[in-house]
Design a protein around this ligand. Structure first.
Ligand code: HEM
Ligand code: HEM
Length: 260
């Protein structure tokens, strides 16, 4: 990566990391300072695990997983190692999302609130299920040694599109959830009266949008892609970096550039 390009990458990555980390701090301040705190007791403090784990897992970890291949100081690591990191972060994100769902269902059942009535819950549950499918298909395609290279290449455009679509949907689902929660829980003063909690949590929503926008920007820059293993190998023989896994799955139609 040329120096100028590398500097641009660093700036976008740093702002994305800052937006993501500050979002996590904001959601913690929201539940610990403005709301009932965190507990596993069937009450509102159990519900609070829902936004906390969704922001940490389903948004921050998923966003990080999506861009790990793009980080230049990992390019001397083998592709297989990076696949494990990408898959591992996505798996962790999925586990946290599932725990977060258990928290909200448990809270609803204990308080006799109906389940699955809102648009937020419909799109949210669909996203969690499709994410699970993406995870299983990802492992099957890219970690099973017997999967033919032609399948890997053919599936890659769908994998990338599916991943980016899910990530974007999850940000939208979080914004719906935040809005619902503020409308439900603020009374006297109400949401429409803009109390400090409403302003604070609106800012959290904005931070999530900024984080999402920057992750999508990084993931859609062709010139920030991890070079193919062949190129890395050439660099290695010229005194550069080392690699050991062929780049079979990146030779699909959208990725031909990296196969040259
Ligand atoms: C409920 C998914 C983020 C607030 C639910 C339910 C699902 C879900 C499936 C239904 C639970 C039930 O019916 O018992 C998701 C997903 C998220 C997310 C996939 C990923 C980002 C958030 C966030 C908030 C939130 C950040 C902010 C507080 C709520 C509220 C409910 C709820 C208030 C209860 C009301 C309802 O069912 O719509 N969520 N959620 N969610 N969620 Fe989320
Ligand atoms: C690439 C999402 C699971 C293997 C990508 C990309 C996205 C993505 C958005 C494009 C990244 C880029 O252009 O730099 C997801 C999501 C997953 C998931 C949301 C989980 C729900 C997996 C799993 C594997 C895997 C389990 C198995 C190893 C790959 C590979 C690439 C990739 C090999 C190509 C990297 C490259 O272009 O060099 N994934 N992925 N993914 N993913 Fe996944």
């Amino acid at each position: 990566m040329a120096m100028e390009n590398f500097k641009h990458f660093l700036v976008v990555l740093s702002v994305a990391a800052a937006a993501g980390l500050v979002s996590i701090i904001f959601v913690l301040i929201w539940v610990l300072h403005f709301r009932e705190g965190l507990a596993w007791d069937g009450g509102p403090a159990e519900f609070n695990w829902h936004p906390v784990l969704m922001v940490i897992g389903f948004i921050f970890l998923q966003g990080t997983a999506i861009i790990v291949y793009r980080i230049p100081w990992t390019w001397h690591r083998s592709k297989l190692m990076m696949k494990f990191i990408h898959a591992g972060l996505n798996l962790l994100a999925f586990i946290l999302a599932v725990i977060s769902m258990v928290a909200v269902f448990d809270f609803h059942n204990a308080a006799k609130i109906p389940n699955m009535y809102s648009l937020h819950s419909w799109v949210g549950l669909a996203a969690v299920i499709l994410y699970g499918l993406q995870l299983v298909l990802g492992v099957g395609m890219y970690l099973m040694p017997f999967t033919p290279a032609s399948w890997r290449a053919a599936f890659m455009p769908l994998h990338v599109y599916g991943g980016l679509f899910l990530f974007t949907s999850v940000i939208a689902v979080a914004l719906m959830g935040i809005t619902e929660k503020l409308i439900f829980s603020l009374s006297n003063p109400k949401y429409k009266d803009s109390p400090p909690e409403a302003i604070f949590v609106n800012v959290l929503g904005l931070l999530l949008v900024v984080f999402g926008a920057l992750i999508l920007w990084i993931a859609s820059r062709k010139s920030w892609k991890r070079p193919s293993e062949q190129i890395l190998h050439t660099l290695h023989t010229d005194g550069g970096v080392e690699s050991d896994v062929p780049n079979e799955e990146t030779c699909g139609d959208v990725r031909k550039r990296s196969c040259k």
